[in-house]
Design a protein around this ligand. Structure first.
Ligand code: BDR
Ligand code: CA
Length: 312
């Protein structure tokens, strides 16, 4: 029997998070022990419905989905509904109401999972780091029990998608980012630079993937409707990019990364023009010890074949 690696996923579920969930739900070598939801792309209630809907279309009602934090630690919540649609799922008319999450709080569920799977748990974060910072604050020893924390966030080229230098997840709750960076957790970052270089799906590729014809394939492409417009008009990409899915692909198969570096990272927590920028000390100017592994390049073809397998 295949060994099933335990994963816990934290997500602000909108259109690309949903695809990352589809990819994880499809794997029989991964044991998803829980999904916690955080406010980010959309308000918490909406992100929860999106996660629960995605779970349902994947036939994975066995996986518990928990509500986590409904706002950042210090700042007012800023959403990305102009990027993902008002409902976060492209506003294509999906029935995103009426589903109920498990009773426990997401932070409690994560802490519990860190005990149940001590030393072997992979935590994948696809949204703002609020829930993770709260878990660290509640019990700093969590850092000794988690084996990998794979984070979608920041950008090694310091080019942002929410202001000139910050990536959205880091911008929403920069105080949480700094708590996580200082926690001693084994952090691995997949930044927006990787997404916009190695995880763009151009229209022909999108059409080909949709033509696989399964409900999951159609869902995966159709919910990118508003994101595709944002990418054409604002981030100026040749198609839509998939930040959370390439992060999940790397979490599942680290060989998706073709180059990684150990670097020291700090976050700008002030509310000025560089809010949420994660400063990566690429030339070692500060002399500070590395606190994260950063993916510098990834393999587009490997990413696509993993995505394709998940929706076929
Ligand atoms: C990240 O922010 C969100 O909009 C996406 O879901 C992804 O997690 C990209 O910056
Ligand atoms: Ca996300």
């Amino acid at each position: 029997m295949t060994e099933r690696r335990p994963f816990f996923i934290d997500t602000d579920t909108a259109s690309d998070d949903a695809v990352a969930l589809v990819m994880a739900f499809a794997r029989d070598d991964i044991n998803i022990v829980g999904v916690s939801v955080v406010a980010g792309n959309v308000p918490l209630a909406s992100a929860l419905q999106n996660a629960l809907y995605t779970r349902e279309i994947c036939g994975r009602e066995d996986v518990p989905v928990y509500a986590g934090a409904d706002r950042p630690l210090m700042y007012k919540l800023g959403t990305a509904q102009h990027v993902h649609g008002n409902d976060g799922m492209g506003d294509i008319g999906l029935p995103l109401t009426g589903r109920t999450p498990s009773a426990a709080h997401g932070v409690d569920a994560l802490l519990q999972a860190s005990h149940d799977y001590a030393g072997e748990l992979t935590l994948v974060t696809l949204g703002p780091l609020t829930n993770i910072a709260l878990a660290v604050h509640r019990d700093p020893t969590i850092a000794d029990r988690i084996s990998r924390v794979v984070i979608m966030g920041a950008a090694a080229d310091h080019v942002g998608n929410v202001n000139p230098v910050a990536e959205f997840n880091m911008w929403v709750d920069p105080h949480a980012v700094q708590i996580v960076l200082d926690s001693g957790l084994p952090l691995e970052f997949v930044g927006w630079d990787i997404s916009r270089r190695d995880a763009v799906i151009v229209p022909d590729e999108a059409q080909r993937l949709r033509a696989i014809g399964t409900p999951r394939a159609e869902f995966t492409i159709d919910i990118q409707r508003i994101v595709a417009e944002f990418c054409a008009n604002d981030t100026k990409l040749a198609g839509f990019d998939m930040p959370d899915p390439i992060t999940m692909a790397y979490a599942i198969d680290p060989s998706v990364a073709t180059e990684t570096r150990r670097l020291n990272l700090v976050t700008e927590c002030g509310d000025g023009p560089t809010r949420g920028m994660v400063v990566m000390d690429l030339l070692g100017f500060t002399g500070r010890e590395p606190n994260a592994l950063v993916v510098m390049h990834a393999d587009h073809a490997k990413f696509i074949s993993q995505l394709e397998a998940a929706i076929s």
